[in-house]
Design a protein around this ligand. Structure first.
Ligand code: C2E
Ligand code: MG
Ligand code: MG
Length: 394
């Protein structure tokens, strides 16, 4: 329609329908369900193989361009399919199943097909359910923060805690951020959650000693859609927390679009006095030259490298290189996901300043963090053991 106008658009639809009808033969049934969604029902497709073969034949119908008034038009087709083996009952259910599969098929570009997948339908249903419950959940106080200790690696002393969001749903139980953050990002609700996080995190930190900071994760969507700066300012004002004690964690995914606006916002955050950390470093598409131009204070090495470092020399080299790079740029380095003393020891030997992980503590309540801050060191006894393990590992 956009390229050739509606009249030719109609002709294209008719040409596609004609090809489909010819393919269907006298036993098949064809229909138009909506705008550009056509439907074909054929008898005798009972197995997965038969479904795949049938879908391939349908796609092949689009190999030859369509000729409309002497213009050659190439079309892509996406197919959602389901077979008789699904036992779906009424014809209406069959069409629904095929349309659900079509949603999956449309996720990828170009031509292609997907079979109906009940699991994917369940996932989508759960997503929709969670999405519908987010607002009520926040209003009714079902969201809360846990805090995971961050320590200075040489002394084992608590220097900060990362705020991690939790959702305790009354009937669904505990829902992981891995599940609800992406849903909240998709519909923009993450900005409301963000407001809540900043407020709660700043408030909690005011009860901790002044050398203990609090880190809050920020999603790229908050940068693009929310009024991040005023949310942060409001949280700092309301709590009275000194801005340098608030750390924000951003991920590399934020830099997919290298916008001026983003840099301006980061600079403004820095001007507020807030500390900026780059989270999950190494998992994204870090352009090293780009990182040097960003207003960063800290770099968090992703837990996958910390995990592999002990057994994989390549991972160890990467960690060492990242350390050199970060220090060259004047950034502090935090090792994430430290689970054992050997990992802590290796990172310390490489010059890593701070660490976070189950070795020092799981995510816990603000009160527990307050109690931990009184401890002399969170490096639990494994120090000597790890030194000898390190010697053995060469
Ligand atoms: P992240 O920011 O990289 O947070 C660290 C995640 O690693 C946390 O999972 C934490 O519990 C887990 N972790 C910490 N130490 C260890 C360890 O030693 N071993 C292992 N295996 N895991 C460890 P969690 O709380 O499930 O959070 C997952 C992700 O969800 C976070 O990754 C973050 O990206 C996102 N997230 C959590 N809370 C928030 C939030 O308040 N706002 C936003 N935007 N994202 C959040
Ligand atoms: Mg984080
Ligand atoms: Mg992380």
């Amino acid at each position: 329609n956009e390229m050739l106008g509606r009249e030719k658009g109609d002709s294209v639809l008719q040409a596609v329908a004609a090809r489909l009808r010819r393919h269907a033969g006298i036993d098949g049934l064809t229909a138009r369900l909506a705008g550009d969604v056509l439907c074909l029902a054929t008898a005798g497709i009972e197995s997965e193989d038969a479904l795949a073969e049938s879908a391939a034949q349908l796609l092949a119908l689009f190999d030859t361009p369509f000729g409309i008034d002497g213009i050659k038009i190439e079309l892509n087709a996406r197919i959602g399919a389901c077979s008789g083996s699904e036992n779906l009952g009424s014809p209406g259910k069959w069409i629904e199943a095929a349309e659900l599969a079509l949603i999956d098929a449309k996720r990828v570009g170009g031509s292609g097909w997907r079979a109906y997948d009940p699991a994917s339908t369940l996932r989508r249903a759960r997503s929709r359910l969670l999405e519908a419950e987010l607002r009520t959940g926040l209003d009714q106080g079902q969201f809360f923060l846990l805090f995971q200790p961050q320590v200075a690696l040489t002394s084992g002393r608590l220097v900060g805690a990362e705020a991690l969001l939790r959702w305790q749903h009354p009937t669904l139980g505990m829902i992981s951020p891995a599940e609800f953050i992406s849903i909240s990002e998709a519909n923009g609700f993450i900005c409301d959650l963000g407001q809540f996080m900043f407020r709660e995190a700043c408030k909690a930190a005011t009860n901790w000693p002044s050398h203990v900071s609090v880190a809050v994760n920020i999603s790229p969507v908050q940068f693009l859609r929310g009024d991040l700066l005023s949310d942060i300012r409001a949280a700092l004002d309301a709590s009275g927390l000194q801005p340098h004690r608030l750390h924000v964690e951003i991920t590399e995914s934020i830099f997919v679009e290298r916008s001026e606006e983003l840099l301006t916002k980061l600079d403004a955050l820095r001007d507020l006095g807030v500390t900026i950390a780059l989270d999950d470093f190494g998992t994204g598409y870090s352009s090293l030259s780009y990182i040097s131009s960003l207003p960063l204070d800290k770099l968090k090495i992703d837990q996958s490298f910390v995990r592999d470092m002990v057994s994989d020399p390549a991972a160890q080299s990467i960690v060492q290189a990242v350390m050199t790079l970060a220090h060259g740029l004047g950034l502090k380095v935090v090792g994430e996901g430290i689970e054992n003393a050997l990992q802590a020891e290796m990172l310390t030997a490489m010059g890593c300043e701070e660490g976070q992980g189950y070795l020092f503590g799981r995510p816990q309540s603000a009160r527990q963090i307050q109690a931990l801050s009184a401890a002399h060191s969170l490096l639990s006894g494994g120090h000597e053991a790890s030194v000898s393990a390190l010697a053995q590992a060469g």
